[in-house]
Ligand binder design. Structure first.
Ligand code: SF4
Ligand code: SF4
Length: 380
């Protein structure tokens, strides 16, 4: 089987000359990928990223996203920077603005792919776990996409990179007629009955209440217990991920969840012609959890650099290999876990192996786990 090409540039800077900066080397990778082979002049092009949260500031830095936007514009295409709603739409655009992602900094429109209220999606076949999902309309309808991913850990998925970026992040937040069903919450929860909350285990630490993006959890002082509004809840499962007592059960098994991520990514990619999607993985500030959480912990490993490819599985495999093979950093979750050099940093820090959803994506035929790294050591 032939190997997929993955361009890679290390985060170290070895000389005091701009062409050795990560910025210049990103420009060099953009040139090597030759955007004109993957988008036509006048094509609308989604630049898909995660806008972060009020407290999770470790997103892909705006200066890098801008370079990708400029690369798209150099072809004559029409880029827009986008994500789906993670909290209420107006607030999420303001978070993007605070994190440095706005039309002025990007030189392009910044929009919500599933609309201001998270309802805009078109139904696409996914696979045996999910059935069908609503792909966010601005992603569904656009002919080309550049997936810009901040690669880090994730309590439930083990790893969050390009697959998770377009799976969770490419599906609309809501279904106008069915709440969370076939929308993002469908990746977490199969049915009402699979969500359980055990009041006996709850120690009222209130972390679930603080991470809920919809204020669907409230504290009943008289009863001294939490109250859940199931009609408002969109099954993001942030509450389950942070609960230290495992009082909230995640709706799907780990295997279903990992397979569902690959299925949703496949559903999103099926809305594009072959060769119209490019991937840039930023292995910088590799924190243990998703950029949607209200905090960003210290990185598990030192910055590793940038990887880019036209093959989503190859770029993910190369990224996972890089992170899991790196030296765990002191003053991090990896150190708390007592990890030493040689440990698989992400998998052993989180006790969940993101390799599972990369394997599932490969099994669905989304790409190849065999890759050839091409080192880019300097800019032009
Ligand atoms: S799953 Fe939990 S955190 Fe997410 S909306 Fe529902 S109650 Fe809130
Ligand atoms: S996070 Fe868990 S233990 Fe803490 S208040 Fe919520 S349900 Fe209770």
């Amino acid at each position: 089987m032939s190997k997929s090409i993955v361009y890679y540039t290390n985060a170290r800077a070895t000389k005091w000359d701009y062409k050795y900066s990560l910025n210049a080397r990103l420009e060099a990778i953009i040139k090597r990928l030759d955007f004109s082979q993957h988008m036509a002049p006048d094509d609308y092009v989604a630049v898909k990223m995660h806008f972060g949260s009020e407290g999770a500031y470790r997103i892909v830095r705006p200066v890098f996203v801008r370079k990708i936007v400029d690369g798209v514009k150099a072809v004559g295409a029409k880029p827009f920077v986008t994500d789906t709603t993670r909290i209420q739409g107006w607030d999420y655009l303001e978070i993007a603005n605070q994190n440095g992602i706005n039309p002025q900094s990007m030189g392009a429109p910044v929009i919500l792919a599933d609309g201001l209220f998270g309802y805009d999606g078109l139904m696409v076949d996914a696979g045996p776990v999910l059935g069908q999902v609503f792909v966010a309309s601005a992603i569904h309808d656009t002919p080309a996409m550049v997936v810009v991913s901040h690669c880090k850990g994730h309590i439930q998925a083990g790893y969050g990179g390009a697959i998770k970026n377009i799976a969770m992040g490419g599906v609309s937040s809501r279904n106008r007629h069915g709440g969370w069903k076939q929308a993002r919450g469908h990746l977490h929860a199969a049915s009402e009955s699979t969500i359980t909350r055990d009041k006996d285990k709850c120690v009222l630490c209130m972390q679930c209440l603080h991470v809920c993006p919809l204020e669907a959890i409230t504290y009943d002082e008289a009863a001294n217990e939490l109250v859940w509004d199931d009609d408002t809840c969109w099954r993001c499962m942030r509450c389950a991920r942070v609960c230290p007592e495992e009082a909230i059960a995640v709706g799907r098994t780990r295997q279903e969840f990992q397979a569902g991520l690959a299925e949703a990514a496949g559903a999103v990619l099926r809305t594009f012609e072959p060769g119209k999607v490019l991937y840039f993985n930023f292995v910088t500030e590799v924190q243990p959890e998703c950029d949607c959480m209200p905090v960003a912990d210290t990185p598990l490993v030192q910055d590793q650099g940038i990887l880019a490819s036209t093959d989503i599985v190859a770029v993910e495999q190369a990224t996972l290999d890089l992170i899991n093979g790196a030296v765990p950093l002191p003053d991090s979750l990896a150190a708390d876990k007592g990890l030493k050099p040689g440990a698989r940093v992400l998998a052993d820090s989180l006790d969940v192996d993101g390799q599972e959803h990369v394997d599932a994506a490969a099994a669905l035929g989304l790409g190849s786990k065999e890759y050839e790294l091409i080192l880019v050591t300097e800019g032009d």
